[in-house]
Design a protein around this ligand. Structure first.
Ligand code: NAD
Length: 331
């Protein structure tokens, strides 16, 4: 996404936008250059009812809730924006029934999430997470012992990655995996095959296309050395005891999708039995208070739901929101 596309001053009457959970400075600049009045000072949830009616647009992330009763108090509201993907904090159907458009930025963070998947994959393959925990206390007294205990590393080149959910993030994960020389086995409810375009150096000048077909879940489970989940969260865990039993011994499992897509009890059992070599978790049941036995497990590489938390992804989110709002008021 570029900043230098043509910016038009859109309206003579100033459109007021409340950015309540932050925005990258480039997104704010784009909105201001287009002639919008942008307020980025946060209004507390309890005060929104009194103050939001003065605005035409509210942009939120996950912190601010935009529920039906608040929407009903704001007859001037024309658009609600969510920086990110999940719309659980917005009453979307109610907003739409009132003619208020709802925008999100589903594609802006896909590369960031896919890179985090490989941060976990490399960490688990070479025991970096365990080593980082042990070296500060034992690195000067038990160096040789630690070296021996982390000696059986695994290289990713030549291994097979199973990707459950072959949408935006699944495809970005596949691009990185192909670049590493991994075999890719995607699983998806609706996609049977697709041509995955790979741009070298992020440029259209040098690109190639790889035809990938998807596989049945059981076939992937039996063959993958690394399995990464990229499906929307559902009521029931997609990976439970039955699925773990079908995996190869010593598999690495990574979840950067939603807490609950992996059954956490079944994961702990699979780690104890040795079926799973290590797990990478960015998402948890009961966030922001995940269970301690997961957090303290030596074979789990952990991050606190930071899949989209890169400067680049936040800038993409800000620019994408700004572009959507500019297009909205330009209609
Ligand atoms: P997407 O909609 O582009 O792709 C999801 C894919 O999963 C679709 O192709 C769909 O057909 C497939 N799918 C759905 N149910 C399935 C099932 N039961 N079995 C197999 N395939 C199934 O979504 P996306 O943008 O790639 O996001 C994927 C997940 O990543 C979402 O859960 C999202 O919430 C999560 N996410 C996490 C972070 C983070 O910070 N960790 C950031 C952004 C998104």
């Amino acid at each position: 996404m570029r900043l230098d596309f043509k910016i038009q001053k859109i309206h003579s009457t100033m459109i007021k936008i409340l950015i309540n959970d932050g925005i990258h400075p480039d997104g704010k600049l784009l909105l201001e250059d287009a002639g919008f009045e942008v307020q980025t000072e946060k209004i507390e949830q309890a005060d929104l009812e009194a103050q939001l009616p003065a605005f035409d647009v509210i942009c939120v992330r996950s912190a601010t809730k935009v529920r039906a009763d608040l929407i009903d108090k704001c007859p001037n509201l024309k658009a609600i924006c969510r920086g990110g993907v999940g719309l659980d904090n917005i009453d979307v159907a109610h907003a739409k029934s009132k003619g208020i458009e709802v925008y999100n930025t589903p594609a802006a963070s896909s590369q960031a999430v896919a890179e985090l998947v490989f941060a976990h994959a490399f960490s688990l393959a070479r025991f970096v997470h365990t080593s980082n925990r042990a070296m500060p206390s034992k690195g000067d007294s038990e160096f040789k012992g630690l070296k021996k205990s982390f000696a059986k590393g695994m290289q990713l080149r030549g291994k097979t990655i199973g990707i459950i959910g072959f949408g935006r993030i699944g495809q970005e994960t596949a691009r990185i995996a192909l670049g590493l020389g991994m075999k890719v086995m995607p699983v998806d409810l609706v996609i049977n095959e697709l041509d995955l375009k790979l741009n070298i150096y992020d440029s259209d000048d040098v690109s190639l296309s790889v035809k990938l077909k998807t596989y049945a879940m059981d076939k992937m489970l039996a063959n993958a050395d690394v399995i990464s989940l990229h499906v929307p969260g559902g009521k029931k865990a997609l990976i439970g005891a039955e699925e773990f039993a079908k995996m190869k011994d010593g598999v690495i499992v990574i979840n950067a999708a939603r807490g609950g897509t992996i059954d956490e009890d079944a994961l702990l059992a699979a780690l104890e039995s040795g079926k799973v070599r290590g797990a990478g978790l960015d998402v948890f049941v009961n966030e922001p208070t995940p269970r301690k036995d997961l957090l303290e497990h030596p074979q789990i590489s952990l991050t606190p739901h930071i899949g989209a938390a890169t400067v680049e992804a936040q800038r993409n989110i800000g620019l994408e929101l700004a572009e959507k709002l500019i297009a909205h008021f330009d209609k």
